[in-house]
Design a protein around this ligand. Structure first.
Ligand code: GLA
Length: 731
């Protein structure tokens, strides 16, 4: 296609002395459903003239305009819609970028210079160059529009050629505007064992900020994603919503500001808290990617857009398979030896899962890792527990017929470790104050290239010496405490940011050398859940909270932004009030694993789990590769239901859960989605306890997709913590 050719549009850069660009350049960034239209105004600066449902007629684009006011020379100046508004201009609200130049001047006015569009995998990339007319400062705005998935990814680059460094105190990824009657924000707050808790509120004049200041384990208190309901609160199946997420594994800040005329600006950014960044001449400050979709069929469609996009373009091995596993953490904690692990590997094989995952506690000799107070940093096998080393373990796994995975937490150090004894200056901590700890550990200073080499070396050495390692669980259990880098000396404003960039450098190197290695991203549960880290990880651990009731909410929350294949869910012994079936059925709606002693189970329960694993593997084309529909929200009812449909609409699965139903409450049929209305589907209840017959009245019957989507199935009941898994097969 013609517009897929690289078109250099070197238009209209008059060295704009507050003067006027010759051409009213229009830049259209489009998916199949959405248009983002940017336009150069008479003053030579770039404004957002439209963001919304795709426009049918190219000719209409020139009709778009903004709120205006008169400038001192009588000309008309747009107000409130500048695409990347700089500090110290005539806009009175939050800027995207704030720079103090080397001469102390705090203003930045950016003028349009040029733009290009070119095809990239899955979409079209638009790059726009803006430049200050008084200072050699340049900003490049990048957008990739993924047509089919209806997703736009955007980020910016800031650079300069001043003689001395400049200071950046704001550096947004982008800025988006909306002109609507009302706005409602849905946020995903969090804490340990309490991830992805959804709550909503109207956005009224003034600012609402979602941010974190945790450094690493950075999303522990708030996740880097949100939904804005436009005109009305976000709903699942209808209404217009903006859903956005920032790919940044550090401090982030989303600013939502409703201005004096009721327009909303949305500013996703790295949190500038304690991070006035000194940018050297010639250095490029690249912001994180902000990924968003604008859905007119509610959050459900928005999620499907993002889930498809992530699998196609962002997630490591997004289109690849995933392994079921047995983990030993909840079963043994730190108390294991070679014989115990061998027995567990045999249990993994017996259960029918693909892998055994050895968790924390396998390392440290001078300071053995027998609890969380020592050993972190000393990645040598503990010879007392594991005399045969990792080699012996991978050998045992091979004999048992399962793959072998291992836990690491390479960005951290216990002060009680040889690493800290040898390199105290590698840990982030104050030189002149009492040191406070989170989980008895400190964060290694990844702004320091030597530390990056060390962390990369931990992973590389483990893999080189033990080619049998098939998987890593990469943990990060502490926020940055005592924020001071011995390495950065008088440039401490760079620490929060350069630390995260250092983490990425390590992850990139690991990924480059081991591109096929599956890895789980973990952070004391789900405190790392962003799309930059997930370029290097196949999946993430949603929460240490595996109580199935809590998990229904947590998984519901995360599913708004992540596909099931990225979300690890394990069957454990949290909440023994719930049956093993209920616990397994809850974990089965994500990437299934187990972290439970099989000996705790009755023979029937164990057999149940074996069959559930077989069923889950059969249903992978729907659960992992298919399309997800959230049907009944646990936030609105005492129940929950989702269904998945494979790409051919041949097979589907419905998961339905009763949480704590009320006595004789009104039970509604569940209407499925995404089926072919004109095909007939056999519905069968699966995941039944051994020997049990389904008592479900629809079991084995055949219905049209149309019926299933319009009339639905009665799958809910009155008993607490009951579940039903229904497999649908087109006839
Ligand atoms: C974190 C993880 C757990 C487990 C422990 C080990 O809390 O979330 O799954 O790996 O660390 O110390």
């Amino acid at each position: 296609m013609k517009n897929f050719m690289k078109v250099a549009v070197m238009s209209a850069f008059l060295v704009a002395t507050g003067g006027h660009a010759a051409e009213k350049k229009i830049i259209r960034i489009s998916t199949t459903q959405t248009d983002l239209v940017l336009q150069v105004a008479e003053n030579g600066r770039l404004y957002q003239s439209y963001l919304g449902e795709k426009l049918r007629h190219e000719t209409d684009l020139a009709e778009l305009s903004w709120d205006v006011h008169a400038a001192s020379d009588g000309s008309v100046v747009p107000r409130g819609w500048e695409v990347y508004s700089g500090s110290g201009n005539e806009d009175f609200f939050e800027p995207a970028v704030a720079i103090t130049h080397s001469d102390g001047n705090p203003s930045t006015w950016l003028y349009y210079v040029s733009s290009t569009q070119q095809p990239v995998e899955g979409g079209v990339q638009t790059d726009i160059v803006l430049r200050d007319d008084r200072y050699p400062v340049e900003v490049t705005l990048h957008y990739v529009a993924y047509a089919a998935e209806d997703v736009i990814k955007t980020w910016s680059e800031i650079r300069h050629q001043e003689k001395e460094p400049i200071s950046l105190s704001a550096y947004a990824s982008t800025m988006l505007y909306f002109n609507r009657q009302a706005y409602y924000l849905t946020e995903f707050s969090s804490d340990w064992a309490k991830e992805a808790q959804m709550s909503s509120q109207p956005l009224l004049p003034g600012k609402k900020i979602l941010d974190t200041k945790l450094g690493s384990r950075a999303a522990m208190h708030m996740h880097p994603f949100f939904i804005v309901g436009l005109d009305r609160p976000a709903e699942e199946q209808q209404g217009e919503v903006l859903m956005g997420t920032l790919g940044w594994t550090g401090n982030f800040r989303f600013t939502f500001e409703v201005d004096n005329v009721g327009n909303l600006r949305v500013i996703p950014a790295i949190n500038p808290y304690a991070s006035v960044y000194t940018l050297r001449p010639g250095e490029v400050f690249t912001t994180p990617e902000f990924i968003f979709t604008l859905s007119r069929q509610g959050a459900g469609q928005g999620s499907r857009n993002l889930q498809a996009w992530a699998r196609n373009y962002q997630l490591k091995e997004g289109k690849g398979d995933r392994m079921t596993l047995l983990n030993n953490w909840e079963n043994t904690y730190f108390d294991f030896d070679q014989a115990k692990l061998e027995a567990l590997m045999n249990e993994a094989q017996d259960l029918g899962v693909d892998m055994f995952l050895l968790d924390d506690g396998w390392f440290g000799n001078k300071h053995p890792r027998n609890n969380d107070r020592a050993g972190l940093g000393d990645w040598e096998v503990n010879r007392e527990k594991l005399p045969g080393g990792i080699r012996a373990l991978t050998g045992m796994a091979q004999k048992a017929g399962v793959r072998f995975g291992i836990w690491i937490e390479p960005e951290m150090v216990n002060p009680k470790s040889e690493l800290f004894e040898n390199h105290p200056d590698w840990a982030i901590h104050y030189p002149n104050r009492y040191t406070y700890y989170y989980r008895n550990q400190l964060v290694l200073d990844l702004s320091n290239p030597d530390v990056q080499d060390y962390v990369y070396g931990v992973v590389d050495r483990l893999l080189t010496e033990n080619p049998g390692i098939a998987y890593f669980k990469w943990d990060c259990n502490s926020p940055i405490t005592n924020i001071y880098s011995p390495y950065l000396k008088d440039e401490q404003g760079r620490l929060y940011i350069d630390h995260v960039r250092g983490v990425y450098r390590v992850m990139k190197r690991v990924n480059a050398k081991y591109p096929d290695l599956p890895m789980m991203l973990c952070s004391g549960g789900g405190a790392r859940c962003d799309y930059e880290a997930l370029k290097y990880f196949t999946e993430f651990w949603c929460s240490d909270d595996t109580d199935p009731v809590e998990r229904l909410y947590i998984q519901w929350g995360f599913s708004h932004f992540f596909p099931a294949k990225a979300m690890c869910a394990h069957v454990t012994s949290w909440n023994k009030e719930a049956s093993v079936k209920f616990r397994t059925d809850v974990a089965s709606m994500c990437k299934l694993g187990f972290d439970i002693g099989l000996k705790e189970m009755t023979p029937d329960e164990l057999q149940y789990c074996r069959e559930a694993v077989v069923n889950w593997k059969r249903l992978k084309p729907a659960i992992l590769e298919g399309t997800q529909y959230r049907l009944v929200s646990p936030y609105d009812t005492h129940h929950m239901a989702v269904n998945y449909v494979d790409s051919a609409r041949q097979n589907a699965v419905l998961f339905a859960y009763d949480i704590y139903p009320r006595y004789q409450e009104k039970l509604m049929a569940v209407k499925l989605q995404g089926l072919d209305p004109d095909r007939m589907y056999r519905v069968e209840e699966i995941n039944l306890m051994p020997g049990a017959e389904s008592s479900w009245k629809a079991h084995g019957r055949v219905y049209s997709g149309d019926y299933l989507m319009k009339v639905g199935l009665d799958v809910f009941g009155f008993r607490s913590m009951q579940s039903r898994v229904i497999e649908l097969t087109a006839q």
